[in-house]
Each structure stands twice: as structure tokens, then as C-alpha cells.
Design a protein around this ligand. Structure first.
Ligand code: SF4
Length: 52
């Protein structure tokens, strides 16, 4: 899969991940949060994730 050089990602379990180079292959992604008042990186999520 062709990587998108603008989106680095190391989530190897995602079907859109270029595992060898650690990039996303989508043209765009959506990022969101599962918290009501996010304060740190752990509070954010890639909502475009799909398991392999
Ligand atoms: S969709 Fe999200 S989790 Fe999946 S490879 Fe792209 S940035 Fe990573």
C-alpha cells in the first residue's frame, strides 16, 4: 500500500497501516477523543482505525 507521507502512524494492527514504513495509507484520517475534557495524548483516538 502506498504511504501518505503526511501521516505517520505505528498502529500495526490497523488495516490502513504501512507496517514496514510506519505510515498511514489513507488520504485523510479523522481524529477524535473518548474523553469529555482531553488533557493528554492518551485521550485522543484515530477514528479511521479498522482492525486487519
Ligand atoms: S487509519 Fe489511523 S490507525 Fe489506521 S493507519 Fe491510518 S492513522 Fe493509523
Amino acid at each position: 500500500m502506498e504511504k501518505n507521507p503526511s501521516i505517520k502512524c505505528s498502529v500495526q494492527q490497523c488495516k490502513f497501516n504501512n507496517n514496514s514504513e510506519k505510515y498511514c495509507t489513507l488520504n485523510a484520517i479523522e481524529v477524535g477523543t473518548h474523553e469529555s475534557d482531553p488533557k493528554m495524548t492518551e485521550c485522543t483516538d484515530c477514528l479511521s482505525f479498522e482492525v486487519k
